[in-house]
Design a protein around this ligand. Structure first.
Ligand code: IYR
Length: 224
C-alpha cells in the first residue's frame, strides 16, 4: 500500500463461527419484516430518532469518501402539503399514460395510483439528494465518484436504521422529481435521488401479497 495517514482498527468485533451464524440468521429474520408501507399513522416521531438514522446513513461506504449526499428531513405540514400536491400532479400524468402500458401492468399488483395522502400525513419525509460535485471540502469545485452507488448504499443504510429503530418506510420516486430541488431549496450541483416516507404504520396498514414473494436463494445466488 502507498504511504498514507491511517489509524489502527480498534472497533472491529470478531464473533465465533457459531455466533456469526446465529447473527446472520437473526439479521435475516429482522430484515425480512421490513415492508414498503403506504398507509401511515399521523403519530409523531422525534427529531432525535431521525437525526440518529441520518448519522447512520452518513457512515455508508462511498467514492473517495466525498460523501456525495444531502438529506432534507421534512416535518413542516406546509412543506409536506406542497410536496404532496406537486407529486400527485406529476403522478396523474404518469398513471394517465406517460408510464406506458407495460409499466402500468407491472404496478397493478401493488395497487398504487396517483393519490399520495402519505406524503401529507406521515410525520417525516426525507428527501435524499445526490451531489455531482463538491468533494470533501464542499467548496463545490471537485468531482464526486460513483455517486449513484454511494447514495444508493447510504439510502439502504438509512432504510435499515429506520427499520431497526421500529419505524416503517416507503421509497417513493415521483417522476419527474425535480420539483423537490425547488421546494427543498437545494443548490445546482444536487439532484433528487429519492423521497423516503417515514413513520408508524396506520392501524389498517397492509402489504401487497405480490411484494411478499421473494426469489429463492438459488435464483439470486451463484457460488463459484
Ligand atoms: N412512482 C409511482 C409509480 C411506481 C413505480 C414503481 I417501479 C413502483 O414500484 C411503485 C410505484 C408511484 O409512486 O406511484
Amino acid at each position: 500500500m502507498q504511504q498514507h495517514a491511517a489509524s489502527p482498527l480498534t472497533d472491529y468485533i470478531e464473533y465465533s463461527p457459531a455466533d456469526m451464524l446465529e447473527r446472520s440468521e437473526h439479521f435475516y429474520t429482522e430484515i425480512k419484516r421490513r415492508h414498503s408501507i403506504r398507509q401511515f399513522s399521523e403519530r409523531a416521531v422525534s427529531r432525535q430518532v431521525i437525526e440518529n438514522c441520518i448519522r447512520a446513513a452518513g457512515t455508508a461506504p462511498n467514492g473517495a469518501n466525498h460523501q456525495p449526499w444531502h438529506f432534507v428531513a421534512i416535518q413542516s405540514p406546509e412543506v409536506k402539503l406542497q410536496i404532496r400536491q406537486q407529486a400527485e400532479q406529476h403522478e396523474q400524468g404518469f398513471y394517465a399514460g406517460r408510464a406506458g402500458e407495460e409499466w402500468l401492468e407491472a404496478l397493478k399488483p401493488l395497487g398504487t395510483d396517483a393519490d399520495k395522502p402519505f406524503l401529507q400525513h406521515a410525520p417525516w419525509l426525507i428527501a435524499i439528494f445526490s451531489q455531482k460535485t463538491s468533494g470533501v471540502d464542499t467548496t463545490n469545485k471537485h468531482s464526486n465518484y460513483y455517486v449513484h452507488e454511494s447514495v444508493g448504499i447510504a439510502t439502504g443504510f438509512l432504510i435499515n436504521a429506520l427499520h431497526y429503530a421500529g419505524l416503517v418506510t416507503l421509497t417513493h420516486t415521483p417522476k419527474p422529481m425535480s420539483f423537490l430541488s425547488k421546494i427543498c431549496q437545494r443548490p445546482d450541483n444536487e439532484r433528487p435521488f429519492m423521497l423516503l416516507v417515514v413513520g408508524y404504520p396506520a392501524a389498517d396498514a397492509s402489504v401487497p401479497q405480490h411484494a411478499l414473494t421473494k426469489k429463492p436463494l438459488h435464483e439470486i445466488l451463484t457460488v463459484l
